[in-house]
Design a protein around this ligand. Structure first.
Ligand SMILES: Cc1cc2nc3c(=O)[nH]c(=O)nc-3n(C[C@H](O)[C@H](O)[C@H](O)COP(=O)(O)O)c2cc1C
Length: 196
């Protein structure tokens, strides 16, 4: 099943995007198809002016529409998620997350705003009709460290939470896949009744 990972940081390099890339790699190892959408690469004016008809925004909306699950990563900005991410969520259709599983991820400077995803982002995801918002994952800057020599080092406690989140998402997607074909029980021809 296909998973779209949305990177909501205006910065590059970005800790939250690195966490997102790691998550994508893990999902690919589990047999899922993933795509990463960097919101910062979308045309800024179209986003800020909410130009719903802009071709690049429409392409990004289409990426969301076809995904079975969406993982959203954001830095904490002023005790909430980034304005860039909000600008993108604002140009999705009102039911833009209908039928989708959503896993929120965030990095922040300290533990102080670790509930930001739950009090700020979760209501927005619900208003976009997300099918199910999985427990969010929050890491501080000290827990997600990058060096050119060693690459990405994730604190063991966060790594454990992330693996659990990835396993949860992966299992939920597989369960949905199995449920879908059997949602209509086969009816034997002898039981078929026609009324005219
Ligand atoms: C404008 C701005 C506002 C921030 N506000 C907060 C905040 O309110 N709480 C917090 O814990 N960290 C805050 N931070 C720190 C970032 O959330 C943190 O460094 C995060 O990991 C950056 O993620 P990124 O590298 O993906 O952009 C802020 C950083 C910036 C640049």
């Amino acid at each position: 099943m296909s998973i779209l990972l949305i990177a909501g940081s205006p910065s590059a390099p970005s800790r939250s995007s690195r966490l997102l890339q790691y998550t994508s790699d893990q999902l690919v190892l589990r047999g899922h198809r993933t795509d990463i959408l960097q919101v910062r690469d979308l045309p800024a004016q179209a986003l800020l002016h909410a130009q719903f008809g802009n071709a690049e925004l429409k392409a990004a909306q289409a990426q969301v529409a076809v995904a079975d699950a969406v993982i959203i990563a954001t830095p904490v900005y002023k005790a909430a998620y980034s304005g860039l991410l909000k600008a993108f969520l604002d140009v999705l259709p009102q039911d833009g997350l209908a039928g989708k599983l959503v896993l929120p991820l965030a990095t922040g400077g300290s533990q102080s705003h670790m509930l930001a995803l739950d009090y700020a982002l979760r209501p927005v995801l619900s208003s976009l009709s997300a099918r199910h918002v999985l427990p969010s994952i929050y890491a501080t800057d000290a827990q997600v460290v990058w060096s050119d020599d060693a690459g990405l080092a994730i604190d063991p406690a966060i790594l454990q939470r992330l693996q659990a989140g990835i396993d949860n998402l992966s299992a939920s997607l597989l369960a949905l896949q199995e449920v879908a074909p059997s949602s209509f029980e086969p009816v034997h021809f002898s039981q078929v009744r026609c009324s005219v």
